[in-house]
Design a binder for this molecule. Structure first.
Ligand SMILES: Cc1cc2nc3c(=O)[nH]c(=O)nc-3n(C[C@H](O)[C@H](O)[C@H](O)COP(=O)(O)OP(=O)(O)OC[C@H]3O[C@@H](n4cnc5c(N)ncnc54)[C@H](O)[C@@H]3O)c2cc1C
Length: 434
């Protein structure tokens, strides 16, 4: 162990770690942040949408120099079958007043920018340094970390912001390995196109952006989603499904991505693009019921490592930033009261987090993961196909009397799910959603 001691060590320089390190350093704490990647963002994979409000709470003037790609004016939700999509679009610049509500970002650039802010706030950031183990005293209290480079380092508290795998927390016995039904595996590609081509294809001007989120037969009956986000000169495109469903179906994630790209609704949007980047990453999907113990003697856990991810709204980075900020504020408060970083005192972090939208939103959707996991074929194959047939029946003009068309649509739903099945699906969905 080195002699030098820090107020806090933050493991990981992703969204959660940067928010925690920035919050503590800007409140005058002596902070060391350790990141295993070559630079912050080098190991990170995200679509990616940045939710401005949560960053604004941490760095109010972030728009002055943050590497933002496009501000979003349009969100499309698609239910896809093999050849079509039925969709809902929301488009408005109103929800970007007075300042844009959400942006697309490229994590490799964004995390580097965030890390510069962390350093400017006074934290020491060491990259290419993997924390291999937590250092503990005879009573089990965390008193620092061991690394592959700098040996052992002491701190009053360790903030675990190590992302979804959370190996350190698992090894220390603070949490269990996430169950396969509580994590999704997502694969993503970056497709490069000239800025004006992207603008024309999506009906955008200036730095306006568009997002498509898609569910349906593209995930072949597994619980999953496809996504397409417009950046300035690239499109992030990917698909993710529950690991438990991949394991049971033996589907290949990249075959799924290829099929998604080849879908008639997606193909024209990326035609002629140059693919420059592939990535694969896990996403926590277990929701409220998968949240592990969040604090203990000398440690707290934030972000994906704490499974704080809202799969229904596809929000992760904002929960990560907010939990990091709240952990930082709680630690700074305990420090200012000159109290030790014990389990009892660090429970302040949990009580603050419980009052935030982070836990509130996850609690609201607490039954959603189990519903989608156990009914995935109905929600991701049967209903998208039925809706697509119904939509086509509605818009096709072929001389068939409308009453007959309506009867045919109704009969198709009852044949596929039975009256009781339809009612029970609707009730279960409503209960899980409320
Ligand atoms: C394909 C995909 C698309 C997504 N799209 C969106 C989106 O559009 N919007 C959104 O809000 N969220 C999205 N998410 C989720 C979002 O990326 C995560 O919720 C967010 O990155 C979590 O931040 P984090 O800081 O907790 O973890 P991470 O960003 O994963 O950061 C963890 C960091 O810890 C480092 N680390 C790990 N172990 C160690 C160790 N032992 N020692 C040192 N360093 C270590 C890692 O290298 C990494 O830099 C997406 C995720 C994926 C995979």
């Amino acid at each position: 162990m080195t002699e030098e001691k820090f107020d806090a060590i933050v493991v990981g320089a992703g969204m959660a770690g940067n928010a925690a390190a920035y919050t503590m350093a800007s409140r005058g704490l002596k902070v060391l942040q350790l990141e295993r990647g070559e630079y912050p963002g080098s190991k990170n994979v995200q679509g990616a949408i940045l939710y401005a409000n949560m960053l604004e709470t941490i760095i109010p003037d972030f728009r002055e120099d943050a590497p933002l790609e496009r501000h979003l004016v349009e969100q499309r939700f698609w239910l896809m079958d093999d050849t079509s999509h039925t969709g809902m679009h929301y488009r408005s610049d109103d929800f970007n007043e007075p300042t844009p509500n959400r942006y697309t970002i490229i994590r490799a650039q964004f995390d580097k920018w965030f890390s510069r802010k962390v350093r400017a706030a006074g934290a020491i950031v060491l990259c290419e340094t993997t924390v291999t183990e937590l250092a503990r005293d005879a009573r089990g209290k965390v008193i620092g970390v061991h690394t592959d480079r700098a040996g052992g380092i002491r701190a009053d508290v360790v903030v675990l912001a190590e992302g979804v795998n959370g190996l350190l927390g698992t090894r220390a016995g603070f949490r269990k390995v996430p169950k396969p039904e509580a994590v999704a595996l997502a694969v993503k590609e970056m497709h490069f196109l000239p800025e004006e081509v992207i603008a024309e294809r999506f009906g955008l001007t200036g730095d306006q952006g568009c997002v498509i989120e898609a569910a349906g037969t593209i995930s072949r009956g597994m619980a999953g989603l496809g996504f397409l986000y417009t950046n300035k000169e690239s499109i992030s495109l990917g698909i993710g499904c529950l690991v438990s469903h991949f394991a049971a179906s033996l589907e290949s994630p990249y075959a799924l991505l290829d099929a998604f790209k080849d879908h008639p609704s997606i193909r024209p949007l990326i035609a002629g693009s140059e693919i420059k980047e592939y990535a694969a990453h896990l996403i926590p999907e277990g929701g409220f019921k998968a949240i592990p113990q969040l604090f203990g003697d000398g440690w707290v856990v934030v972000g994906d490592a704490a499974q704080l991810n809202n799969a229904v709204h596809r929000e992760g980075s904002n929960l990560a930033m907010t939990s990091g900020r709240i952990a930082g504020e709680a630690i700074a408060t305990i420090k200012s009261r000159k109290r030790p970083m014990t389990r009892d005192n660090l429970s302040l972090y949990k009580s603050m987090l419980d009052k935030s939208f982070v836990v509130g939103d996850l609690r609201k959707y607490k039954d959603m993961p189990a519903l989608l996991h156990t009914n995935s074929r109905n929600f991701f194959i049967t209903y998208p196909r039925l809706l697509s047939q119904a939509a086509q029946n509605f818009v096709r003009v072929d001389g068939t009397p409308k009453i007959e068309k309506e009867r045919a649509t109704k009969a198709a739903f009852i044949k596929a799910r039975s009256r009781w099945g339809l009612i029970s699906d609707a009730v279960r969905l409503a209960l899980a959603w409320r």
